[in-house]
Ligand binder design. Structure first.
Ligand code: CUA
Length: 321
């Protein structure tokens, strides 16, 4: 339906029909009441116009039934919109547990992407069809926004923290990727594409058999992210303090994601990727209770991409090299 109607991008993700259904419902209700009010204004202006100077219409003292009706009906419609919208929002915000992960770094003016398996890309993202994909994203400089209209997915990419988004593509093809936040001179050129492939084709692509031929496409193969992260964990000396069994100078990192961490100031935090990121770059910001503030910052030894590798390793192995 939408391919012949140029105002709408194709529906190519599981969320796209749900987002569109809500959108059309909102447009429909707004158009209905907008037109109803407009026509009523015109009709009443003509029907009840003053016909002579002597005309005195009867006074109206209100109608309780009418007032209840015009309060309850819009309230019901607004609540229906709210719960429908909240339902769609929650689905958009929460990646399914079986999602595969891709890491995204935005910078002026390109998108850099890393797959867990080690494949890296610039301004192109290859994904399999029918598989949820979770993006963990950050920026090296200013705010960007990762926007794939065909997936009805748009998420700000912010320096200094991780944001996440997810989608599940429903048909193979090539889809536009835009930066949707004005980020400087070449913002308009910060574009790319998402290539959705059949599962087997994707596996072949991952292993580097069918390389991308597009200019500015694939950046090549590296070690998988967990292995690269393990190397960093050893090289940077993390391994000396964060013993997997505990008892080191730093806390054990085994199974840390999702754990509630007691902090020095008596509060607590549920550990996620952003917490790990902050603790690596600014270790004293949220210090684990019972440990000394002796960890140095690793700001200068890591960039956003190697930091993501280190975190991928910690998530998967908890520091057991
Ligand atoms: Cu990046 Cu606009």
């Amino acid at each position: 339906m939408f391919s012949s109607f140029p105002f709408f991008p194709e529906q190519a993700s599981t969320m796209a029909p749900r987002v569109d259904a809500l959108y059309f419902f909102l447009i429909g209700v707004s158009a209905f009441f907008g037109l109803l009010v407009a026509f009523t204004v015109i009709y009443f202006a003509v029907r009840y116009r003053r016909r002579s100077d002597a005309e005195r219409p009867a006074a109206i003292h209100g109608s309780l039934a009418l007032e209840i009706a015009w309060s309850v009906i819009p309230f019901g419609i607004a609540m229906f919109m709210f719960f429908w919208g909240a339902n769609v929002y929650v689905s958009l915000a929460k990646p399914p547990d079986n999602a595969m992960e891709v890491f995204v770094v935005g910078k002026q003016w390109m998108w850099k992407l890393q797959h867990m398996e080690g494949r890296r890309e610039i301004n192109e993202l290859h994904v399999p069809v029918g598989k949820p994909v979770k993006l963990t994203m950050t920026s090296e400089d200013v705010i960007h926004s990762f926007f794939v209209p065909a997936f009805r997915m748009k998420q700000d990419v912010i320096p200094g923290r991780y944001t996440t988004a997810w989608f599940e593509a429903t048909k193979p093809g090539s889809y536009h990727l835009f930066c949707a936040e004005y980020c400087g001179t070449e913002h308009a050129k910060m574009i790319g594409r998402v290539v959705v492939m059949e599962q087997a084709e994707y596996q072949a692509w991952l292993s580097g058999v069918s390389g991308s031929s597009a200019p500015g496409g694939s950046e090549g193969n590296g070690p998988n992210m967990v292995a690269a992260g393990a190397e960093l964990f050893k090289k940077l000396g993390c391994v000396a303090c964060h013993l997997p069994a505990g008892g080191g100078l730093g806390p054990s990192l085994v199974g840390i994601i999702g754990k509630t961490i007691p902090l020095q100031d008596g509060s607590s935090i549920v550990a996620d990727e952003s917490y790990l990121r902050e603790s690596i770059l600014n270790p004293q910001a949220k210090l684990h209770q019972g440990f000394q503030p002796i960890m140095p910052t690793f700001k200068t030894q890591l960039n956003e991409e190697t930091l993501m590798q280190l975190i991928a390793f910690i998530k998967e192995k908890g520091g057991a090299v």
